[in-house]
Each structure stands twice: as C-alpha cells, then as structure tokens.
Design a protein around this ligand. Sequence first.
Ligand code: FES
Length: 153
Amino acid sequence: MSKIEKILKDHHYKRSRIIQILQHVQAEYKYLPKDILESVSQKLKMPLSTIYSIATFYAAFSLTPRGKHLCTVCMGTACHVRGAPDVLARIEEKLGVETGGTTDDKQFTLETVNCLGACALAPIVVIDGTYHGQTTVNKVGGLLDKYHEKKGT
Ligand code: FES
C-alpha cells in the first residue's frame, strides 16, 4: 500500500477529514507535494481547487519543499533596531538562500516573523522552536553549524 493510500485509509477516506489528511501528508513529506494532492483529489472525489484553497488558507501548510530545520528571524521593531537585518543578511549569506527559501541540501528553510513577543531578548533567531536571544552577526554562523552537525539525526 502506498504512503498516501495508508494516510487516506487512516482517515477512512472521509472528505470531512481533509484538514487532518493534509496535516498528515505535511508531516510525512514536510510539505504538500502536487502529485499527492492530485491523488487525494481523485481518491476522495474532491475538486483539486478545493484542496488547494484549503492548503493555501492555512499558514501551517506549505506547497513547496521545506528544510529539515526551520530558521526564523524576528524582524519586529525591537529586533530590527538591535541588528536583525544584519543577522538575517549573514544567515542568507551563510546558507546561500533568500528569506522564504530552502537550501539545496534541504537542511534549512529560512523565514522571518514580526515580533515573537520576547523583545527583551532581541534580536532573536528561532531554530526548530528554540529561541536564541541577543544573536549577533558573529554568533550566527556557529549557531547554524551546530544544526548542520545534527545531519541525519
Ligand atoms: S521584535 Fe522581535 S521579539 Fe519583539
């Protein structure tokens, strides 16, 4: 049985469970691959356009491949005035990817956010949910290396 057949079976092929099905697909593939969405559409007899409108409505879903590690740089006001733009530029340079992109080796996806509500720690970089406060241009290279070392874990 293919992965997608198993996912659909787990959700009893129910159209009413489409959000849970998409969450399951996202967890499995780290994003929502086009061919998988087409299979879901055919097997549930649900228009592809409906599936896409759900997939694009919720920010948690991604239609493009994501990296193993998610790196988020806060660009809110407090972080901005304390050097976040330089930190972000350094990360883009180090990873060789622009904000919103994923590295070719699929290790990192880089995103920005507007204020994480922890301005006292500005500037903040979050990697895989861990907050790294008072980040500097000099610190950020070593920080990313630590996650790179976790390859295959
Ligand atoms: S501006 Fe970055 S946490 Fe508030």
